[in-house]
Ligand binder design. Structure first.
Ligand code: LLP
Length: 426
């Protein structure tokens, strides 16, 4: 079996797929399935590629926690020097629990609530990425009440087309995020009039799974043009944040190296004393993880074959939601001839399709399969649909592995629920 992804952490040895030096069937037997498995080395290597992308220029990589918010994953990256990009009070809580230093946390999102803003101010984050004028006023009021000054960066939608899936395109004028470049001058002028606000940066995030460097150059160019105009008005910003979105290989895509994105933007920065921030999520986590699953039944109907597995759309929603392709491979491929089958979960929806018409050596019940490239937007987007307990998560380092999140139990499924006390006694 050939792996389409390009990673040193996942390799067949003597006919069995390994994560680093641990055979995946061992994890299947000892921890059960479905289970997310992450390679520590892959996480750290990818983070360091991002960290080194800018060479001599001062930079900070704020790992985008939304791609994988498990404490074990975040802590591995924070230990290497990662800051964190958060989008909710819950993510801020997780980032701090994982050991992030508050002054390396950036906080984006179009609907930050008052309590979330207060929590972030109390923590002392690096800056808020502000997405609207009403939000700026809200932050100002709360900061003043608390006797704080809120550092802010404006999120600009530079109106570039990153040529990715429409659900994950975020930097176009018609998207809900940020403000138009023309509005940004007024934004910063307003900042100057607000006592609770300190404008420190400018940000963009143009989309996700972007396989071209050019949209970053175009976007950064528009932001930098703005910096020039602000300077004329006596306002100098410290941070240029180009967001995340750097693409990865799920199949046979050939994404740029993260240094290529940096090299495309760097010439625009000459003569500017800016610290660069990037917010990669998927780039670091996608190919660091797989979802390990077991075949429940092989079912042959007249028109189609089905491999029914114990993972489902509640565990990994990307194939259903974005028609995303994830390679699915046997852990120990059999010598059997290939069959073509839909690989489906047990959920009562036709959409519970994880791989359509896949050609794969014919498996038998209990064989292990891996859904590849599942480290980003996998567990974080899982749910309990059909009252399925969420899977466990495991981190592999060398020849060792640890459970970093236990599998949910049936009791977890009903935690916090109570019967209404107006219910008639039966
Ligand atoms: N920064 C901001 C402000 C973001 O909104 C995002 C992602 C990132 C950074 C990280 O983007 P990344 O480097 O991971 O592409 N659920 C979708 C992806 C949604 C991305 C949302 N924002 C998926 O599974 O493809």
């Amino acid at each position: 079996m050939k792996l389409e992804i390009n990673s040193n952490s996942w390799n067949y040895r003597d006919g069995t797929l390994y994560c680093e030096d641990v055979p995946l069937d061992l994890i299947g037997r000892e921890v059960g399935t479905p289970v997310y498995v992450y390679s520590y080395q892959h996480l750290v290597d990818r983070f360091n590629e991002a960290k080194n992308a800018w060479g001599e220029r001062e930079s900070l990589v704020c790992f985008s926690l939304k791609s994988n918010s498990s404490l074990g994953v975040a802590a591995a990256l924070i230990d290497e020097g990662a800051g964190v990009d958060v989008v909710s009070g819950g993510e801020l809580f997780r980032a701090l629990k994982a050991g992030a230093s508050p002054d390396t946390i950036v906080y984006a999102g179009v609907g930050k609530t008052s309590s979330e803003i207060a929590e972030a101010l109390r923590a002392g984050i690096l800056f808020f990425t502000v997405e609207s004028i009403p939000e700026l006023h809200r932050i100002n009021e709360i900061a003043e009440e608390m006797g704080e000054i809120a550092p802010v960066a404006l999120r600009v939608t530079p109106d570039v087309d990153p040529q990715t899936h429409k659900y994950i395109t975020t930097g176009k004028a018609e998207n809900k995020f940020g403000l138009d470049p023309e509005a940004s001058l007024d934004f910063y002028r307003l900042c100057r009039d607000l006592d609770g606000i300190d404008p420190v940066g400018i940000q963009m995030h143009i989309g996700s799974q972007i396989l071209l460097t050019e949209p970053y150059r175009e976007g950064a160019e528009r932001l930098i043009a703005m910096l020039g105009r602000l300077k004329e008005e006596g306002l100098e910003l410290k941070y240029l944040d180009i967001g995340g979105g750097m693409g990865v290989s799920y199949q046979e895509e050939d994404p740029p190296a993260i240094g290529d994105y940096a090299r495309t933007v760097a010439p625009l920065l000459q003569g500017l004393r800016l610290k660069i921030i990037m917010e990669p999520g998927r780039f670091i986590t996608a190919n660091a993880g797989v979802l390990l699953t077991q075949v429940v039944y092989l079912k042959k109907k007249e028109k189609k074959n089905f491999i029914i597995i114990d993972a489902a759309m509640n565990d990994i929603i990307r194939p259903v939601l974005y028609q995303a392709y994830h390679q699915i491979v046997p852990i120990t491929p059999r010598e059997n001839k290939d069959i073509t089958a839909d690989i489906v979960g047990p959920i009562c929806e036709t959409g519970d399709l994880l791989g359509a018409s896949r050609q794969i050596p014919e498996p038998v019940a209990d064989d292990y399969l891996a859904i590849m490239s599942a480290g980003a937007y996998g567990y974080v987007m899982s749910s309990n649909y059909n009252s399925r307990p969420r899977p466990a998560e495991v981190m592999v380092k060398g020849d060792q592995y640890r459970v970093i999140r236990k599998r949910e139990t049936y009791i977890d499924l009903i935690r916090g629920e109570q019967l209404p006390d107006f219910r008639e006694e039966l």
